[in-house]
Ligand binder design. Structure first.
Ligand SMILES: [Zn+2]
Length: 303
């Protein structure tokens, strides 16, 4: 945590005013952010090191992390922003890692009451056992990362786990679009195969499926339990790299009850409030913003 002392636990005061005035203007009690990353510190530092290299998984672009600080400071920043509930998106890149991550996440949720207890999974023997254990331990949301994990989400090894999560009605935030760089199994086609077998599975397509926005909107239109998160979308950064097609905005407006605020905090190359302003400038109206930034997630998670 270079450069921080006990005095400046929340050095983001000015930004906090801007964030709070955004949700106050809308008459909301705060924000719910379904896509924030918390994970064991040494794993997070590895992720940050990777961002520093501008490597191929992030599309080779420069990606300075705006909120590179210790865990206590990061949760304090979210609270200062008025984020009432957030998640701990964590994910394995190889077998034998998910159960350990789930143990960490359960402990994090215990000591962080405003974090929605998060868990993850990977196609490997025993996955349905540890997914069941996580559900029994109170997990309220799962994260799956198809690009980093480099697995087929329709893999036979995952079928029982998907079935269990569909039955338990537990949302799964899934990075399955081919942004910022494609993976072997990214894109709408493997997800369509998962949904054909598990039509009630509550997949939350991260980043609105960037860059395959329209194909993923199509899946959400077809399956009424599919949702989308806004993570990074419509920001200057994302619009430069993978712009959302303007012609699809009416479809996004039409799915207003199934779009959820996500930010990718802390791994974002701009201030948090920029995500909120990026949604506001779409001009889809205050009702849409209220639903997206708070109400949809509040009702999904019973907050
Ligand atoms: Zn993310």
């Amino acid at each position: 945590m270079p450069g921080t002392t006990s005095e400046d636990v929340t050095p983001h005061g000015e930004q906090a005013d801007e964030v709070r005035s955004f949700w106050r203007r809308l008459g909301l009690p705060g924000l719910v952010d379904v896509h924030t990353h918390f994970m064991p510190e040494r794993v997070l530092h590895k992720v940050w090191d990777y961002f520093d290299t501008s490597g191929p998984l992030i599309g080779g672009v420069e990606w300075p992390i705006s909120y590179r600080c210790g865990e206590a400071e990061r949760t304090a920043v979210l609270r200062e922003f008025g984020v009432r509930a957030f998640t701990a998106m964590l994910y394995p890149h190889k077998p034998g890692m998910a159960r350990w991550l789930n143990g960490w996440a359960a402990d994090f949720a215990r000591r962080t009451p405003d974090c929605l207890h998060t868990a993850t999974l990977y196609p490997e023997p025993g996955v349905e056992t540890y997914v069941r254990e996580a559900v029994e331990a109170g997990a309220r949301v799962f994260k799956a990362h198809i690009q980093v994990g480099a697995y087929d989400p329709a893999d036979e090894l995952l079928q029982q786990a998907w079935g269990l999560l569909a039955e338990a009605r537990i949302p799964v935030v899934i990075h399955c679009g081919s942004g910022p760089a494609p993976g072997k199994h990214t894109g709408p086609e493997p997800i369509a195969r998962v949904l054909a077998r598990h039509p009630r599975l509550r997949l939350v397509v991260a980043h609105l499926g960037m860059p395959e926005y329209e194909e993923f909107l199509g899946l959400a239109e077809r399956y009424d339990q599919v949702r989308l998160d806004t993570t990074m979308t419509f920001t200057d950064f994302a619009e430069d790299l993978m712009p959302f097609p303007r012609r699809a905005l009416p479809r996004l407006a039409g799915l207003g009850d199934r779009v959820l605020l996500g930010s990718d905090f802390p791994n974002i190359p701009y201030p948090y409030v920029h995500q909120l302003h990026a949604l506001e400038r779409l001009d889809l109206g205050p009702e849409w913003l209220r639903a997206v930034c708070h109400d949809n997630a509040a009702s999904l998670f019973g907050l």
